[in-house]
Design a protein around this ligand. Structure first.
Ligand code: NAP
Length: 307
């Protein structure tokens, strides 16, 4: 495998895959570096994608395969590894990976995506993997005919609750407000399910268990009432945080850790562009990530042509 490319793309989610497709169509030699063995990012763990044009209801794994298959057909190259440093050497950038590997490129697209936000409550860390999960499609099968709680009120929490309610005896959705954030169509579906109960204005104060999760302690923010629910599993779905730790001090980040990027994807490092959930933006969806990937390559081509 080569050590130098026209473009290196960090991240194999929708932004990275689209960037790879556009880069190959622009005849740029292209390497995609993804830290997981499978490309797809968060989409991989999505049971059903309902809003990608032309592919209604496709499962996340199949959509990820389609994205990567498309990039592979165009002969984009792939490497599994985690970026730990990005060096600006003027016309060349060097990407340094965890095991010491180094790759050089004329331009870089950062499409690092995001990781799960933790609930930061007692019991969460100790019981992670023992009933506490961050991925309903990965772990839901362990809770067939059991009782679970999903924490959150966004699209992911609603999708997870719907997915789990199909197999579980009972699903509690724990939300800190009296209004859900997720898409109306998901709200309607969830509210129509008999085995789902929503605990409004409620926060989890503790996850309890003796080796395995057996309950949660809730507090009602409006009434102050404390309750305990007996559950076998807790799915934490309270949003994501950008996966940008490796870039602190390298490119400009906002106070939440998102990479500050302009409309054209440009970051504070010339020749480095950014797209997808790790960048500052209004709407984080598969389609907006894909659009970012295309935009980054268009901008990168312009950057390369003016050097
Ligand atoms: P999100 O939209 O940011 O929602 C996070 C939810 O968790 C919110 O309801 C929030 O409450 C709650 N929350 C946040 N911190 C909390 C805490 N510490 N304790 C308790 N609750 C907390 O995140 P998401 O659902 O993971 O979705 C991430 C992005 O992906 C969104 O932009 C979403 O639209 C997108 N997405 C899209 C699709 C799709 O289009 N098919 C599918 C999945 C995800 P508040 O509402 O009170 O803030």
């Amino acid at each position: 495998m080569k050590q130098e490319y026209d473009v290196i793309i960090i991240g194999g989610g929708p932004a990275g895959m689209t960037a790879a497709i556009y880069a190959k169509r622009a005849a740029l030699s292209t390497l995609v570096i993804e830290k997981q063995p499978f490309c797809g990012g968060q989409v991989l763990n999505t049971y059903e994608v309902d809003n990608y044009p032309g592919l209604p209801g496709i499962d996340g794994y199949s959509l990820s395969e389609k994205f990567q298959g498309h990039a592979k057909n165009l002969e984009a190259e792939f490497y599994t590894g985690e970026m730990t440093d990005l060096l600006d050497e003027g016309e060349t950038k060097t990407v340094v990976l965890k095991k010491g590997e180094r790759f050089k490129a004329k331009g870089v697209v950062l499409a690092l995506g995001a990781v799960h936000r933790k609930a930061m409550v007692p019991g969460e860390e100790e019981l992670a993997g023992k009933g506490v999960s961050y991925c309903a499609t990965c772990d839901g099968a362990f809770f067939r005919k059991k009782t679970v709680a999903v924490i959150g009120g966004g699209d992911v929490a609603l999708e997870d609750a719907i997915f789990l309610a199909r197999a579980c005896k009972k699903v509690y959705l724990i939300h800190r407000r009296d209004e859900l954030r997720g898409a109306k169509i998901l709200q309607q579906k969830l509210l129509s399910m008999d085995n789902v109960e929503i605990c409004w204005n409620s926060v989890v104060e503790e996850i309890v268990g003796d080796g395995l999760v057996n309950g949660i302690h809730l507090s009602n923010k409006k009434t102050g009432e404390k309750t305990e629910l007996l559950v076998d599993g807790v799915f934490v779905a309270i949003g994501t945080i950008p996966d940008t730790k490796a870039l602190e001090g390298i490119v400009d980040l906002d106070e939440q850790g998102y990479i500050i990027a302009a409309e054209d994807g440009a970051t504070s490092m010339p020749g480095v562009f950014c797209g997808g959930d790790c960048r500052t933006k209004q709407l984080r969806q598969i389609i907006t990530s894909a659009a970012d990937g295309a935009n980054c390559i268009f901008s990168l081509e312009q950057y390369l042509s003016t050097r």
